[in-house]
Design a protein around this ligand. Structure first.
Ligand SMILES: Nc1ncnc2c1ncn2[C@@H]1O[C@H](COP(=O)(O)OP(=O)(O)OP(=O)(O)O)[C@@H](O)[C@H]1O
Length: 334
């Protein structure tokens, strides 16, 4: 297997990356959302990225390429997402009940709660997947309507999924370059006839894709098929692909699922690095140590209602939160 996979890995794959556009066209229509069953590679074929792109040896250069349009003129702390009395009902079931909170630019907000608390519903209402039964969601000063997936991306929201979803047969670099396509400006004829502008956009996408892989710590695996990456690297690749769309809001849905303690610590470092690069992050995660360790603020849901909103230290000692997680009545903890 290693011999076969080795022959598929083109050591010059980064330079040969101009063909990524072809690869993307070849997979158009593929089932992007199909969960990828992770396979652990017996042998990794690593490339030294800095051999072909020496500038990527400098983390400051990488950080700059990864966030080319960050809004440095916008003061951190301005609201990016505002939920105002949002209720979502499914028939007779109230999944989200009169929920109000804000995500500010430049912060890492944790959204937590026991199973069935309404986190996913809240997330879907926030990103335009569900239209609230009542109340409003404002994103970047616009009231959100119900949106299609590509409209959500263009608005500036990117997400990762609970289950890894990648193009398994594409390389790591190709997976990221596909993400950058959402921002391309070339017309369909321009892409078909490979105009100079289109070629320029492709080249930029490849350069940025490499920087993104380096940023999330898997630059050396650029030419490996996504399917062959170790599980932790697949999760990092998902984050790189989400960042490729240059989102105003990055939503991480249980990014630590299946991670060991060391991988969780490394993930916390990566999330902090993403925030330091000017991104706003929404984190839905069950692992309390990770949530407490990395977020600036936490919103807690229980049975569709917001029961707490505050700093991690406040949430940790909040009796209603403790009761929600331990499953004991509020009055028993008083
Ligand atoms: N599309 C739907 N149709 C009907 N009921 C739904 C739908 N989506 C969610 N629900 C219900 O709404 C409630 C909240 O579910 P939700 O998935 O938002 O919770 P959650 O906090 O994300 O849970 P988990 O941590 O288990 O993922 C649950 O009772 C769930 O069964």
């Amino acid at each position: 297997m290693s011999r076969d996979s080795e022959s598929q890995h083109d050591p010059g794959g980064i330079e040969a990356g101009a063909e990524v556009g072809e690869a993307f066209r070849a997979v158009e229509g593929a089932d992007f959302d199909a969960p990828l069953e992770p396979e652990r590679a017996d042998e990794a074929v690593a490339v030294d990225v800095t051999d072909v792109a020496p500038e990527l040896a400098d983390p400051a250069v990488v950080a700059e390429i990864v966030a080319p349009t960050r809004e440095i003129e916008t003061p951190v702390g301005e609201p990016l997402v505002e939920l105002d009395k949002v209720t979502v009902k499914f028939g007779g079931l109230t999944a989200l009940d009169n929920v109000t909170f804000t995500i500010r630019r430049g912060e890492i907000l944790g959204l937590i709660g026991p199973n069935g608390a309404g986190k996913t519903t809240c997330f879907n209402a926030m990103t335009g997947v569900y239209r609230p039964t009542s109340g409003t969601v404002t994103f970047d000063n616009q009231v959100m309507a119900k949106l299609k997936r590509n409209q959500i991306t263009r608005l500036g929201i990117a997400r990762t999924f609970q289950n890894v979803r990648l193009f398994g047969e594409m390389t790591a670099l190709e997976n990221v370059v596909v993400g950058t396509d959402a921002r391309h400006k070339t017309s369909v004829p321009g892409a078909t006839f490979r105009t100079a502008r289109h070629r320029h956009e492709e080249r930029d996408a490849i350069d940025r894709g490499m920087a993104l892989l380096e940023f999330v710590g898997i630059g050396a695996r650029a030419t490996e098929k996504a399917r062959n990456l170790p599980y932790g690297d697949q999760r990092r690749l998902e984050i790189a692909r989400a960042l490729a769309t240059e989102p105003k809001l990055l939503c991480l849905d249980e990014p630590a699922a299946g991670f060991n303690p060391a991988e969780k610590v490394a993930l916390m470092d990566l999330i902090r690095k993403i925030r330091a690069d000017g991104y706003t992050v929404l984190l839905i995660e069950h692992d309390m140590r990770l949530v407490m360790g990395v977020t600036d603020r936490i919103v807690v849901l229980e049975f569709g209602k917001k029961i707490a909103d505050g700093l991690p230290s406040e949430i940790r000692d909040n009796p209603a939160v403790v009761a929600a997680y331990l499953g004991v009545p509020d009055d028993a903890t008083a």
